[in-house]
Every structure is written in structure tokens, then in C-alpha cells.
Design a protein. Structure first.
Length: 520
């Protein structure tokens, strides 16, 4: 290698090493002079990260005399975090299995070590791998997982990546579940730190331009044909909050159908038809759930499906001096439960004692007030109104109302929605997969079919064909799609996605032709 090549190689190597630091978001650096460092993986936005980092650092220094810096790791939403953790623990455990235990790595070991279906008490190699992982100190280099839905945390806990944080006393007064939603893990592997609902953000003027003067109050309002091309949606295969929002819609439709004398399968079909119509109105499906309220706030979209705090936070950001805002948020009537947004200790946490201190702070009144107290109030955030809901029931008592950003919201008394996990919990991933095939992969054809129905006055036969969902009915979802998504190979899943996508493209082209022929 000549001198020039050597120089270029060194330069390239330096660039690769420096790239992660260059791309680290501003404000994410770790204080080099801090006495201690805590590493936290989170999907939380910058406002939440900065407020909790500053408040914890103050509290910790006042109590211990030591300084602390938080190294935030933000690979993306729930799906990206899940993939990252799975990959890091796979590598770490393989090293532990081969180097520390002196065992041979096999495909059976790889498939079993983080599989909750494998019983660790048996004598098989799979059971031995599972037992070894659950007793191991292997680490992904991160201390805490902070933020995401209870489903994601339950999955991580079942895999063995989250461990008992030893702080279940911090949930004193918090019920184990509300409306069917779990608020903490009985084995102490995660604790709900805040509460979240799902709903609709909307732009009044953009709605008016579409000829709509009444703001949306129900999920079904987003299927109004006048909103064609004006709805903002997140991709449920990429965003855990988007997947949960769609599950809320499915749950509501099933509940309404059963109340009318129908079945769970009937309600599922009704929900799929509604999701298809809402999706047909969509401008896009974004990978970033936070993009939805931004585009609605700017008027680029008239409305969108969003997690409550994204909607409330963005509404707060553009609030006028008179208290009004061009963007508002609403939880649909009987359209969403209040689910928990947890925190948990990761296996092999490098700074375990400090991680426990952070969990203690987050769950104490001092940390809980940050979620919903007004900026500048005693115990409240310094710069950002987070517009989140604390999990501690005591903070919803009347004496705190004047300090809260959303004093009218009380998740312990407000919602009549009951989440039934037996209806959709095992189909959580399947819902996102179905939407991906039905509405995202075939979005161009879907929109063209919807446009044809609109311009031709929704002819009966074409509309009936548009609403046909046999390929993804409840039976198909439960007995064909779910098993393959749970245990099938990645190649099988890709093949199924392509097969369904092609099916829906043909269906939508047929609808377009039928609708246009009806006009002739």
C-alpha cells in the first residue's frame, strides 16, 4: 500500500469512528466531567429527555453531592429499539456462551436463548441455553429502557432482556391494571411511568378548506371522503404507537359490534373496512410518528392519528397568546384506553445502582410532576410543557389542578373504554402486517380506487367489492397470518406480504374499473 493509499485508509477509518459522534443529536453528548454516567435507550422526544436529565441531575447532586450525565440512545421508535436490543443481546450472549461457558454455538441455541416458549428446567440444549441466558450477566451496554408501550416492554421482559428492578414499592397506590391495560409487571421487570391514550389531531382551517366545520370526535370521522389526501398516518409496522392506535380502533369497532349483537369476527371485519377507508384518505404513511402532528399543525394535513402527548405537545407549541391554537387534539369518544408508558432495567446494566436511582426518581412525585405540570410551576419542567399524564393517582387530586397543563383529564375516572386483550393482543403484530399489505404497499392503487368511488358517487357493486376483506378476515388473521408471523422464516413472511399486496392491488384495480363502468 503506497503512502497516499495509507493516508486515505487512515482518513476513512477516522471518519467511520467519528461518524456516530457527528450524527449524535445536539444536546445528546455526555458530560466528560460528570462523576457518573447513565446510559438510557428511549423513543422519547428531546423535550422529555432534556427535562428529565436536568431534573434528575439536580436531585442527584443535592442528595449525593455527585454529578451525573445521561447518555441517551435514540435509535428510533419501538420497532427499531426492539431490533437493536435483539441484535445486541444475541451478540453478547453468543460471546458469553462460547468464551465464558466454552459451549458450541448452534442454530438451536440461537433460536432458544431468548425464546419465552422454551422452558429452562429441561435437559435439552435449547433449555440449557435459555437457562444460561436468564442467569447470565450479559449486557447490551445500556442501563435502562425508558418509554414505549406496555406490549413492547412485556415482549422484552418475556425474552429475558428486562430484569427485576427491585422497586415494586414505587407503584404503591397504582393499580395493576385499568380498563384492561397493565400498569406494572408483577415480577418487577417494568413499571408504568406515564399514561397515554390515542386520538386525533386536527387543523381547524384545513378542515374548513375541505368543507368540514365540525371537528372530528370519532375514528370513523377520518373516513369522510372529503378528507381524501388530507389525512396523516404513521406506519404501524415501524411505529409502536401507531400500531397501538390502530389496535384501539379495532377494539372499539369490535366492542360496538358486540353491543349490537355481532361477534368478534364481525367487529374485526368492520374495523378492517374502516381502516381501509381512512388509509385511502391518507397523504402518506410516515416512519416517524412525530411527523403527523407537525404536518397537521402546519396545515399540510387536516387531521391525523396520533398518540395523545404528541398531539397535546404540538398544540401547546403553537398556542396563541389568547389561548387558542390552530391545531387541537381529541381522544375519540370511547375510542381509546389509557395505556402505560413504562421504564425498565436492562439485563447486565453497566451502571445498575445508578439506573435504580433514576427509576426511583421517575416514579417519585418529583419525577411524576414533570409529565404534566406547567412550565415554571414548583416541581414542574423548566422549558417544555410535556403534556403527558402521570401514573400516580394522587397527582390527580383537586389541590394539584391549578398546576397541571391538562387539569380536565383524569385517566382514572374519565375513560369508559375497556381493553379486551383476548380480542387483539395476540394479533398486535398481525394488525400492522395487514395494514402494511392492504394499505401501504398497495397505497397508490388504493387511493385510485377510492378516488374512482368518490367521483362516481360510490356505486353499490364497486363499493361492495372495495369493502371485501376475506383475505384478512378474523379467521385468516388468527389461523393463517399470525402463526406464520410468529414462527415462520423471514423469507416466508416476505412471500406472504408480497402475495397479499398483489391480491389487494388486483382488487383495487378491479374496483376502479367497476366504478368507472358504472358511470357509463
Amino acid at each position: 500500500m503506497n503512502h497516499r493509499s495509507s493516508f486515505l485508509f487512515v482518513l476513512l477509518l477516522a471518519a467511520v469512528i467519528a461518524l456516530p459522534m457527528v450524527l449524535r443529536p445536539r444536546g445528546q453528548g455526555v458530560g466528560s466531567e460528570a462523576d457518573e454516567t447513565l446510559v438510557i435507550m428511549t423513543p422519547h422526544n428531546e423535550a422529555t429527555r432534556s427535562e428529565f436529565a436536568a431534573a434528575f441531575a439536580r436531585e442527584y447532586r443535592e442528595r449525593t453531592g455527585r454529578t451525573v450525565a445521561i447518555d441517551w440512545r435514540t435509535p428510533g421508535g419501538g420497532s427499531e429499539i426492539a431490533r437493536y436490543l435483539a441484535s445486541e443481546y444475541l451478540g453478547a450472549f453468543r460471546l458469553y456462551w462460547e468464551r465464558d461457558l466454552g459451549r458450541q454455538w448452534t442454530r438451536e441455541v440461537e433460536a432458544a436463548f431468548d425464546n419465552p416458549q422454551v422452558a429452562p428446567g429441561e435437559e435439552s440444549i435449547a433449555a440449557q441455553a435459555r437457562k444460561a441466558f436468564l442467569e447470565s450477566p450479559v449486557s447490551c451496554g445500556v442501563d435502562l429502557l425508558f418509554g414505549g408501550g406496555s406490549y413492547d416492554f412485556s415482549q422484552q421482559a418475556a425474552a429475558g432482556r428486562l430484569v427485576n428492578c427491585g422497586l415494586l414499592e414505587m407503584v404503591a397506590g397504582v393499580p395493576p391494571s385499568v380498563g384492561g391495560e397493565p400498569y406494572w409487571d408483577r415480577e418487577g421487570r417494568w413499571i408504568g411511568a406515564a399514561l397515554s391514550a390515542f386520538g386525533i389531531c386536527y387543523h381547524r382551517e384545513a378542515l374548513a378548506r375541505a368543507g368540514i366545520t365540525t371537528p372530528p370526535t370519532a375514528w370513523s370521522d377520518l373516513a369522510d371522503p372529503r378528507l381524501f389526501g388530507r389525512i396523516a398516518l404513521s406506519d404501524p409496522t415501524q411505529s409502536g404507537s401507531a400500531a397501538k392506535a390502530f389496535e384501539m380502533l379495532v377494539q372499539q369497532q369490535i366492542a360496538a359490534t358486540i353491543a349490537e349483537g355481532g361477534t368478534v369476527a364481525d367487529g374485526w371485519a368492520r374495523a378492517m373496512r374502516l381502516i381501509r377507508r381512512i388509509s385511502a384518505n391518507a397523504r402518506y404513511f410516515t416512519d416517524s410518528a412525530s411527523k403527523v402532528p407537525w404536518d397537521v399543525e402546519s396545515g399540510d394535513a387536516a387531521a391525523g392519528m396520533v398518540i395523545d402527548f404528541y398531539g397535546r405537545y404540538q398544540s401547546e407549541a403553537v398556542r396563541r397568546p389568547d389561548g387558542s391554537s390552530r391545531m387541537e387534539y381529541v381522544t375519540p369518544r370511547d375510542g381509546s384506553s389509557f395505556g402505560s408508558d413504562p421504564i425498565g432495567l436492562l439485563r447486565g446494566a453497566p451502571h445498575e445502582a445508578l439506573a435504580r436511582e433514576f427509576i426511583r426518581f421517575v416514579m417519585a412525585p418529583e419525577g411524576q410532576k414533570l409529565w404534566n405540570w406547567k412550565v415554571g410551576t414548583p416541581g414542574g419542567p423548566q422549558r417544555h410543557a410535556l403534556r403527558r399524564l402521570p401514573v400516580l393517582p394522587s397527582l390527580y387530586e383537586p389541590q394539584w389542578a391549578a398546576l397541571r397543563s391538562d387539569p380536565e383529564v383524569d385517566p382514572y375516572r374519565e375513560s369508559t373504554f375497556v381493553y379486551h386483550p383476548e380480542w387483539t393482543a395476540r394479533l398486535f403484530r398481525t394488525i400492522g402486517f395487514v395494514i402494511g399489505a392492504m394499505a401501504i404497499d398497495a397505497h397508490d392503487e388504493l387511493c385510485e380506487a377510492w378516488r374512482a368511488l368518490i367521483r362516481n358517487g360510490f356505486p353499490r357493486e364497486a363499493t361492495a367489492r372495495f369493502d371485501e376483506i376475506t383475505a384478512i378476515d378474523y379467521d385468516a388473521a388468527l389461523h393463517r397470518l399470525r402463526p406464520l408471523l410468529s414462527t415462520g422464516s423471514r423469507m416466508d413472511q416476505v412471500r406472504l406480504s408480497r402475495e397479499l399486496g398483489d391480491h389487494f392491488r388486483r382488487q383495487y384495480r378491479e374496483v376502479t374499473q367497476m366504478a368507472d363502468r358504472a358511470r357509463e
